[in-house]
Design a protein around this ligand. Structure first.
Ligand code: ADP
Length: 445
């Protein structure tokens, strides 16, 4: 609680600094105008001193003007308080001098002193003790002026009344300053509160966008799952009996005697096996439990890599796909989700390279163990990612694809998937040359 108050005070002081500078500048200009306008008062009350007072007013105005010039300078920022007090005291000294050489304690010019004290309380954002101090110095000047007059304090009734007026002004000015300071302080606390709430709101909005993205992806996966389940049912049986039929046909003497027939049957067998692979790849989606925990399912990353390459074969046509991997790639996690990540990386790379018309497009996957985690890096030689977009590619709905072509969700979902595996997905790129995405998965013990 104490710490919070201290931080509020430091913010309060910082904000006040700027306000103080502006008020001091405006106040100095106003003071010059009022000091010079006082010539009219001199004419009415002390016509005998008019020239003398005019010179004094001019001198004080020039001095205030010089301080004003300092205030608009860089130095003004650092010494705003002493400079403000300095220009505020100039008219007080001048008025005290006028009182001393005219009517002393019975001079009406004590009202001028009061006016400045009020102005300080109302218009100058100074602290309580500064206002009180300024009032005390003003009163001291008044006492000195009265004592310096030949009659001294002989007219003590005037002196007492005027003194009381000055003291009342100081009290009123102090109360106003105190209330003003409190008001300012509360305002700054309120501003901080609003800024904090705004930050919280922005955070909630970001989290909502993430959740929306994940839900959309889950819906997509569920749709693929339903489709895959139906397809499995419909395709698996015919494929199996076709394979059996081909095996039987291959054993027939006619096939053995006729090489071209045998070749046709072998081709057909390979085609069927390919369908079988794709069906088994889809199986991982079909029987996937939405929101399933990552732990407890060891799988061979190499197999997941094969599956994802097969599933993106169409997009990867014409792209040289190479890999560099260790013998053992048994990891722990959600195989279907990891396949989803790889599919996303491969199809993004293939698409970027096709769009940029990359010569000899290639994707290289490097896989290696670092302690108990399998590190995977998928690099392409496509157009790369501009540095200003590099940090944004994981943002939900960030896409550079044409309208209607991409949702901009792939990488944000992939990021969440890798995060669920206790890893991190990150992007690197040399714009115009290559882009690489790296992530890591836990080893299956
Ligand atoms: P989408 O593919 O729907 O645009 P993603 O989240 O998968 O959404 O990708 C976001 C953006 O990241 C892409 O629009 C593209 O600008 C950029 N990107 C991703 N991978 C690559 C890559 N290999 N090369 C260049 N840009 C890429």
């Amino acid at each position: 609680m104490l710490k919070r108050t201290a931080s509020h005070y430091s913010r309060y002081e910082a904000e006040l600094g700027e306000f103080r500078l502006l008020s001091s500048r405006a106040g100095a200009l106003t003071a010059i105008v009022l000091v010079m306008a006082g010539v009219g008062l001199d004419y009415g009350i002390y016509p005998g001193h008019q020239l003398q007072f005019f010179v004094a007013r001019l001198l004080v105005s020039v001095l205030i003007g010089l301080i004003f010039l300092l205030l608009v300078n860089q130095a003004g920022r650092r010494f705003v308080l002493p400079l403000t007090l300095a220009w505020l005291l100039l008219p007080q000294i001048m008025i005290a001098w006028m009182i001393a050489i005219t009517d002393g304690a019975s001079s009406i010019y004590y009202a001028g002193l009061n006016l400045v004290i009020f102005a300080v309380g109302i218009a100058m954002p100074m602290g309580l003790w500064q206002t009180v101090g300024f009032g005390a110095v003003t009163y001291l000047l008044y006492v000195i002026a009265c004592l310096a007059h030949p009659e001294g304090l002989a007219q003590h009734d005037h002196f007492i009344v005027n003194s009381l007026f000055i003291v009342f002004s100081i009290a009123a000015s102090a109360v106003y300053t105190f209330m003003n300071e409190r008001g300012h302080f509360h305002l700054i606390r309120l501003k901080e509160e609003v800024a904090r709430k705004n930050e919280e709101l922005a955070d909630i909005n970001r989290r909502l966008a993430d959740i929306k993205g994940q839900m959309l992806q889950q819906e997509k996966m569920a749709a693929i799952g339903t489709l895959a389940a139906g397809l499995l049912h419909e395709v698996n049986n015919p494929v199996n009996f076709c394979l059996m039929a081909i095996e039987v046909a291959l054993e027939e003497p006619q096939a053995k005697e006729n090489p071209s027939l045998e070749e046709c049957l072998v081709d057909a067998k390979q085609g069927m096996q390919r369908i079988q692979h794709i069906v088994s790849d889809l199986k991982t989606f079909a029987y996937r439990k939405p929101g399933a925990e990552v732990e407890g399912t060891p799988f061979l990353f190499e197999k997941a890599l094969d599956s994802s390459i097969r599933l993106t074969a169409h997009e990867l046509r014409g792209v040289k796909v190479t890999r560099d991997l260790p013998d053992d790639t048994l990891v722990l996690g959600d195989e279907a989700a990891v396949i989803g990540v790889l599919i996303n990386l491969f199809s993004n790379a293939a698409l970027a390279m096709r769009k940029a018309g990359t010569q000899a497009p290639a994707i290289h996957t490097t896989i290696r163990w670092v302690e108990s985690r399998l590190h995977v890096r998928v690099q392409d030689n496509g157009p790369g990612i501009a540095s200003e977009n590099l940090a944004r590619v994981f943002e939900p709905f960030f896409t550079t694809r044409d309208v209607g072509q991409g949702l901009g969700l792939g990488l944000s979902i992939s990021y969440a998937v890798i995060e669920r595996h206790g890893g991190q997905l990150f992007a690197e790129s040399e714009f115009g040359k290559w882009a690489a995405f790296s992530f890591d998965l836990p080893r299956a013990e």
